[in-house]
Design a protein around this ligand. Structure first.
Ligand code: FUL
Length: 474
């Protein structure tokens, strides 16, 4: 008995010696709600409102509510198209700068209730949230603080009005995954400017939808990428210096694109762009839907550059997603499926001479085991490390996808991908940051071995490496 206890103690001690503790978190790390958001990739932005009918981008707030008159509005059609496109959710312009509310708000007289649509009995948020539940999509809301209609705009009372509207939207339609605050702040109906109570707005969101992430150009949970063309920068840190960005900030687009390498706050990028030139529907743009080539480029520069992709689809004046947009979305889905369905690391072997404590818990194979909870890590202080993937046979490929275990911070500063070609490792691609997700395309090649060399700020923690042969788009 005594011996057995001793044996148990010894084996326990041995195990604790051979399995080192996980790497300590490095720098800023994401909150639980940010981590949840990082699991998403691609969702729809829906711009819809009086502008859809008046054919302009920024309504003045003096349009008649009767302008809003979709004759075939069908949120289930939107949800079906969005689901078929492989998107994970929607964010709708519940209120744009014209102040018109797509729900019958008690705090405004410029709403669907005042319109002739469904004799004032309609509620777009109700229809859409129900359709999202039916199709398994996440539901999010855009609310513009800038309001060109509300009579209190430009006074402190308006901030309370906005909070009350926010409360309605956050309490009447089920779970909300993201709240999108537009930073635009123009003149109100009286020419007045408003100082927005962003901290107060955030409190309302935290109170009624604690799981929702809050987007604005400067956070607090998600930051704008600094352009509306749908391009994250090659070097894209999720970290920023506390106090530098705040909601409504202007003139720092370059910093927003890159983040700050030595930032002490986690604030990742969402990449928003429209499938057409405008955010709202204009019949004249029916022939100007972005090409598959452009959209695939947006994919690489958002999902593939450490951001999430928020693609705007303007709902048309019938109240439907237009056929041309739907067709292009399906092409993008088919391209994505053909390109990223077969991960060539299945059945491959990953090795590294630099494994934390030589422990199986942190072994290289973890990076290709399909489990995002296991990761390859090295010892503290090993900030240059390489991992080798052996495919067992000559394999045709042209892209690598990598993901850091960001719960422990963003660590990779740069990397080089090498392929074994004629018995020699040759560089085929280099890059800087990785973060949550990085996709690196390169010239199609055939090899049986890849090597990736990382240069990091603290020991690497990489949970996923996938390899693909993607389809070219003309
Ligand atoms: C901007 C707005 O002014 C545009 O109308 C659009 O909503 C875009 C997404 O954000 O700030």
């Amino acid at each position: 008995m005594k011996n057995r206890a001793l044996l148990l103690l010894l084996s326990g001690l041995l195990a604790s010696c051979t399995t080192p503790p996980p790497p300590a978190p490095f720098g800023a790390v994401p909150s639980a709600r940010q981590l949840g958001w990082h699991k998403l990739k691609y969702y729809a932005f829906l711009h819809f409102g009086p502008n859809t009918f008046t054919d302009i981008e920024w309504g003045h707030g003096d349009e008649s509510p009767d302008e809003f008159f979709p004759t075939e509005l069908d949120c289930r059609q939107w949800a079906r198209v969005i689901k078929d496109a492989g998107m994970e959710g929607v964010i709708i312009t519940a209120k744009h700068h014209d102040g018109f509310c797509l729900w019958p708000s008690k705090y405004s007289t410029h709403t669907v209730r005042e319109s002739r649509w469904r004799e004032g009995k309609g509620d777009v948020l109700k229809d859409l949230s129900e359709a999202c539940r039916e199709y398994g999509l996440k539901f999010g809301v855009y609310l513009s603080p800038w309001d060109r209609n509300h009579p209190t705009y430009g006074t402190s009372e308006y901030n309370d009005v906005f909070k009350s509207m926010l409360k309605e939207v956050l309490t009447q339609y089920g779970e909300v995954f993201e709240v999108w605050f537009d930073g635009a702040n123009g003149e109100g109906p009286n020419g007045k400017k408003q100082v927005y109570d962003f901290p107060g707005f955030a409190e309302v969101v935290r109170q009624y939808q604690p799981g929702a992430v809050i987007f604005s150009d400067g956070g607090p949970d998600i930051r704008w990428v600094g352009n509306e063309q749908g391009y994250a920068a090659e070097t894209n840190w999720c970290t920023v210096k506390d106090g530098v960005f705040y909601p409504g900030i202007g003139g720092v687009n370059d910093q927003l694109q890159h983040g700050h390498e030595d930032g002490n706050k986690w604030l990742p990028t969402e990449v928003n762009t429209s499938i057409r030139p405008g955010w709202f529907y204009h019949a004249a743009e029916d022939s100007l839907v972005k090409s598959l080539h452009q959209l695939a480029g947006n994919w690489y520069h958002s999902v593939g550059m450490n951001g999430n992709f928020l693609l705007n689809i303007p709902v048309d004046n019938r109240g439907l997603i237009h056929e041309n947009d739907a067709a292009r979305l399906m092409e993008l889905k088919a391209w994505g499926d053909a390109s990223f369905r077969v991960d060539l690391t299945k059945g491959a072997t990953a090795t590294s001479v630099q494994v934390r404590g030589h422990s199986k818990k942190y072994c290289a194979q973890n990076a290709i085991d399909g489990n995002p909870e296991t990761y390859w890590a090295t010892d503290e202080g090993t900030n240059t490390a390489s991992i080798e993937i052996a495919f067992g046979k000559e394999t045709e490929m042209n892209a690598v996808l990598m993901q850091e275990y960001i719960a422990l911070g963003q660590r990779v500063k740069s990397f080089t991908i090498e392929a074994l070609l004629e018995n020699e490792y040759r560089p085929v691609a280099t890059g800087t940051t990785v973060g949550n997700r990085r996709i690196v395309p390169f010239e199609t090649l055939k090899t049986d071995k890849l090597r990736i060399i990382f240069n990091t700020k603290a020991c690497p923690a990489v949970h996923t490496i996938e390899v693909y042969k993607t389809v070219d788009v003309e």
